[in-house]
Design a binder for this molecule. Structure first.
Ligand code: NAD
Ligand code: IPM
Ligand code: MN
Length: 361
């Protein structure tokens, strides 16, 4: 079977980390006898530089034709002066919308050997951390009406509308309950229902959807409390379901308590098997081109791609086990290192993981 994968390397550290993930996939291909065809296309700042637009039509076309999309990260200071529609980040938002990828799964897992990299005290980590953030990805304040040059209370004003419809909340809530059914059976829905009308709708829809999942425990939590609870006692969470904006912020927070943002992968899914897979972090312009970026979030995103889009469970597991084994041996990129560990660069970390593939399966 030939599997077509659209590849968007993007900007900053994007090319370095995607090269690592592709090398890992090539080893999987060889070891398990699959055939992956990588089709590289441009999006983000690098697309602006070449074509003048962040998301060329050809890129959308190729992503639609391929079985999955693997993406590094887009954006950087070079393009920060551009207006909203022309920014690199717009490419990502449009791709999510064009491909109908409304569910963004961001698993925050603390590897046993990475406890030393978490800023939390040991006693808070004794039961590990295993949270799945289910972030709504094609609605909310990101996609509501926007405006500029308005007359505001104290001069010129701008606005972004947070809007959710019943169907949008229902479908993301179902994703969260289905995932919880295969995990510890608890969903925490995070909102700001004490202030926002859209959150009150969100809360009532999630409560209704829960009636179809009697075995799942549902709790509601305000986002400000949730930000604090994630640090106070992360182990209380199993599945978190939340809006586009809150999910963006809380998943960065969740990543840090598991050691680093360089560790967290993601899968963006819709109705079919097509998905887009990317680390949750950005293009990290401050460390790009230095061979110090952590490639693990991207490599684990490739594993999520094998699992969710292609049902290659064994192959996905073997990548995750390889990552775990390398960490257990004490190898660390700069973002997760601590005293006594073996510091390695992006390429070395990738190579170590590749060498463990197969051996660990
Ligand atoms: P960022 O995630 O790029 O970086 C935040 C911090 O984390 C930086 O100090 C960076 O060095 C570090 N970091 C991130 N990934 C790392 C990795 N793999 N290994 C080691 N350290 C890592 O966030 P930012 O600085 O706020 O944004 C930079 C640019 O990236 C912006 O243009 C932003 O819009 C864009 N961005 C893109 C995506 C995406 O494409 N999915 C996601 C977030 C931000
Ligand atoms: C992410 C990023 C994006 C988001 C930006 C770059 C559009 O922060 O994927 O987490 O906010 O969704
Ligand atoms: Mn983000």
């Amino acid at each position: 079977m030939i599997i077509n994968i659209a590849v968007i390397k993007g900007d900053g550290i994007g090319p370095e980390i995607i090269d690592g993930a592709i090398d890992v996939l090539k080893k999987v291909e060889e070891y398990y006898g699959h055939r992956f065809l990588f089709k590289e296309v441009l999006a983000g700042g690098s697309a602006i530089d070449v074509t003048g637009e962040p998301l060329p039509k050809e890129t959308i076309q190729v992503c639609k034709e391929c079985d999955a999309v693997l993406l590094g990260a887009v954006g950087g200071p070079k393009w920060d002066h551009l207006s909203g529609e022309l920014r690199p980040e717009k490419a990502l938002l449009s791709l999510r919308e064009e491909l109908g990828l409304y569910a963004n799964l961001r698993p925050a897992v603390l590897y046993e050997s990475l406890k030393g990299a978490s800023p939390l005290r040991d006693e808070l980590l004794s039961n590990g951390i295993d949270i799945c953030v289910v972030r709504e990805l094609t609605g909310g304040i990101y996609f509501g009406e926007k405006g500029r040059n308005q007359k505001g209370k104290l001069g010129e004003a701008a606005y972004d509308v947070e809007i959710y419809s019943v169907g949008e909340v229902e479908r993301i809530a179902k994703v969260a309950f289905e995932i919880a059914a295969k995990r510890k059976g608890k969903v925490t829905s995070i909102d700001k229902a004490n202030v926002l009308e859209s959150s009150r709708l969100w809360r009532s829809v999630v409560t209704n959807v829960a009636k179809q999942y009697v075995d799942i425990e549902l709790e509601h939590m305000y986002v400000d409390n949730a930000a604090m609870q994630l640090i106070r006692d992360p182990n209380q969470f199993d599945v978190i379901v939340t809006s586009n904006m809150f999910g963006d912020i809380l998943s960065d927070e969740a990543s840090m308590i598991t050691g680093s943002i360089g560790m967290l992968p993601s899968a963006s899914l819709g109705y079919g098997s097509k998905g887009m897979y990317e680390p949750i972090h950005g293009s990290a312009p401050d460390i790009s081109g230095k061979n110090i970026a952590n490639p693990i979030a991207t490599i684990l995103s490739a594993a999520m791609m094998l699992r969710h889009s292609f049902k290659l469970e064994e192959e996905a597991n073997s990548i995750e086990k390889a990552v775990e084994a390398v960490l257990r041996e004490g190898y660390r990129t700069a973002d997760i290192t601590s005293a006594g560990m073996k510091l390695v660069g992006t390429k070395e970390m990738t190579k170590l993981i590749i060498n463990k593939l197969g051996v660990m399966s």
